[in-house]
Design a protein around this ligand. Structure first.
Ligand code: ATP
Length: 353
């Protein structure tokens, strides 16, 4: 089997964690005899300087042509306006590749302390193209506007089509992974029409899956319940912004943002992407924890039909994180990015021998 991954390092700590990810994924691929190629392209500030756009059209074409994409973090809040080429590469790729699902697991590691002491093992299915990020949807215009000075409005888009796709993906995952419960998180007591439609569709899908328990929790109650008893949740399915916020909470509760992997998934394409941002405060200092991007790449390998490669990566990562001597500084360990990466590769080769 041969695969080509398009690697877009991005801004801030992006280049460091991309190098780490490529080293680990290449080592795992070699252990399993997989012919794996990486194609590196610039996005973010590097592309803006050279090509006047933070995500040039040629990069989008390369993403379409590749088997999968590994997307580094981007500092899009610091970009110049759209007219000057400052597009959010993550939003553009999600839209152009129809990556409708953002799958965000939050899983604690045995031996690595969590903030509340409770273990966490859940996965969030976040709708990725609509909600308050409606400008990502091909059929809509700008998601925010100012009808008169001093009055700003944001559009929240919820469609039956998108709700059905994310709902079906969540239930299919529960079935495949042997998870027992799907919880729809919403605010339908206030957003009666939009979240009302979302719930109506998810209930229909739940009715097709009688073996999986289904319930609904208001988003405010969900934040409290996540802190009080994370084992209350198994699979969460929710709209775009609620998923974005809840996943930061869930991954902090599971051990830290530096551990948080995610996969953007569509009918024809997939993109691995760390949940965190570009962390400019620690960029270029060999301090970044590459676990989230490496874990995201493992999710991508599983999605691309290489579960043994994914399992080798995940096992080595978990093993490294479970030992205090092979942790990075953000989770109280002594190692920098490079030394941590080398430890993960050593563990990977030991396990696969
Ligand atoms: P951006 O502007 O790109 O959103 P940010 O710094 O505002 O960047 P994050 O990148 O999510 O937001 O970082 C939040 C905090 O978590 C920062 O202090 C950052 O250093 C830390 N952090 C994020 N990712 C990592 C990582 N992989 N390893 C170590 N620390 C991290």
């Amino acid at each position: 089997m041969a695969l080509k991954l398009l690697c877009l390092a991005g801004d801030g700590i992006g280049p460091e964690i991309m190098v780490a990810t490529q080293k680990v994924v290449a080592a795992a691929a070699a252990c399993h005899g997989l012919d794996l190629q990486f194609e590196d392209r610039e996005i973010g500030f590097a592309a803006l300087e050279a090509q006047h756009s933070t995500i040039p059209e040629s990069v989008i074409e390369a993403a379409r042509a590749a088997d999968g994409v590994v997307l580094g973090p981007v500092s899009h809040n610091a970009y110049p306006p759209r007219e000057a080429g400052g597009l959010n590469p993550s939003g553009v790729l999600r839209k152009e590749l129809d990556l409708f699902a953002n799958i965000r697991p939050a899983t604690s590691v045995a031996g690595l302390p969590t903030p509340t002491g409770a273990p966490v093992d859940l996965v969030i299915f976040r709708e990725n193209l609509e909600g308050f990020y409606a400008d990502r949807n091909l059929h809509s215009g700008p998601g925010e506007f100012m009808p008169v000075p001093g009055v700003a409005m944001a559009m929240r888009l919820v469609t039956r089509h998108a709700s059905e796709r994310i709902g079906r993906a969540a239930f299919a995952n529960a079935e495949r992974e042997g998870r027992k419960r799907v919880t729809a998180v919403h605010k339908a007591n206030v957003l009666r029409t939009s979240d009302g439609l979302f719930l109506e569709v998810i209930r229909e899908i739940a009715a097709d899956h009688p073996d999986i328990a289904y319930d609904e929790v208001l988003v405010d109650a969900a934040t409290a319940l996540l802190v009080r008893d994370p084992s209350r949740f198994d699979v969460i399915v929710t709209t775009n912004m609620f998923g974005d916020i809840l996943s930061d909470l869930a991954t902090e509760l599971a051990g830290g943002l530096g551990l948080a992997a995610s996969l953007n998934l569509g009918p024809h394409h997939a993109a691995a992407q760390a949940q965190h941002g570009s962390a400019p405060d620690i960029a270029g200092q060999d301090k970044a924890n590459p676990t989230s991007l490496i874990g995201s790449a493992a999710m991508l390998m599983a999605q691309l039909g290489c579960p043994p490669v994914a399992l080798s990566i995940q096992t080595a990562l978990t093993e490294a994180l479970s030992r205090p001597a092979t942790r990075t500084a953000d989770i109280g360990g002594p190692l920098g990015t490079t030394a941590f990466t080398d430890s993960v590769i050593d563990l990977l080769r030991e396990t696969d021998e």
